[in-house]
Design a binder for this molecule. Sequence first.
Ligand code: SAH
Length: 285
Amino acid sequence: MNAPSLNPSIRGNSPMKLRSDSADRADRAAVRPLGVLAALPEELGDLLATMRAESGVVTHTLGRRDYHVGAVHGVPCVVALARVGKVAAAATASALIHAFDVGAIAFTGVAGGVGPDVHIGDVVIGETLLQHDMNASPLFPCFEIPLLGRAHFDADAALAAALADACERFIAEDGATLAARFRIAPPRVHRGLVISGDQFVASAQAVGALRSQLPQALAVEMEGAAIAQVCHEYDVPCAVVRTISDTADEHASASFKSFLSELAGTYSTGILKRFLPAYAQTAAR
Ligand code: SAH
């Protein structure tokens, strides 16, 4: 498969090509590159090295971010670091859609565990996402995005299922080794609600408040629901996978740092190398 190229309209000073909301989703996913995002470099694992070896990488800088264009495991991809927080994530998702014409977006990274059975080293697939710090009440119900009429944004069901399948295979094949090597419980895969906000949640009180407000929440992070909102608004399929680096309590900061440096890359590499070949086959159909 050929590597995708930059939307020509972003070269020079001409205004960017605007996409139509009614663009056909199936056609989009079949012919357009996949956007792959993470917040931090560790969360990409070996993705860029693999892309460099497979197709070569062409890097474009836009809005102070680098967008790496190439192919990985047979999938034309645009890979970028969103950096941290909802605005950063929304801006990056928007650039992927408008300047790089991606057909879908997959986000990989770490998160704090919130659900009672969600432990460090587990993997959470965001089937639906919500911004836990959005509150324009009493004008709008708590969590609802004003004027959009919804609080929850669904991941694309097929993409989420393909990611979940890749995670299940990764855990089945490598989970026992990871657990022994890093002294964590045998990892499990969860699917459900992921919540996002512009806070690193790091106290029993803060995570307890989220649990009582949003009892379905499995994981808390800082980007996923912003990407899901942008993708909803432009009708672009998206999916979010998060490995649990901490449990959003007093130990979160130390746990996050050691997980990020020791394990986040191993998880992303293991998941993406199983997900991308499956995605290539689906897109070719
Ligand atoms: N650049 C800093 C800040 C990271 S913030 C650093 O490297 O130390 C934490 C990142 O991990 C965010 O991208 C967020 O999505 C995710 N995350 C992990 N645990 C989290 C938690 N307990 N609360 C919120 N976000 C968390």
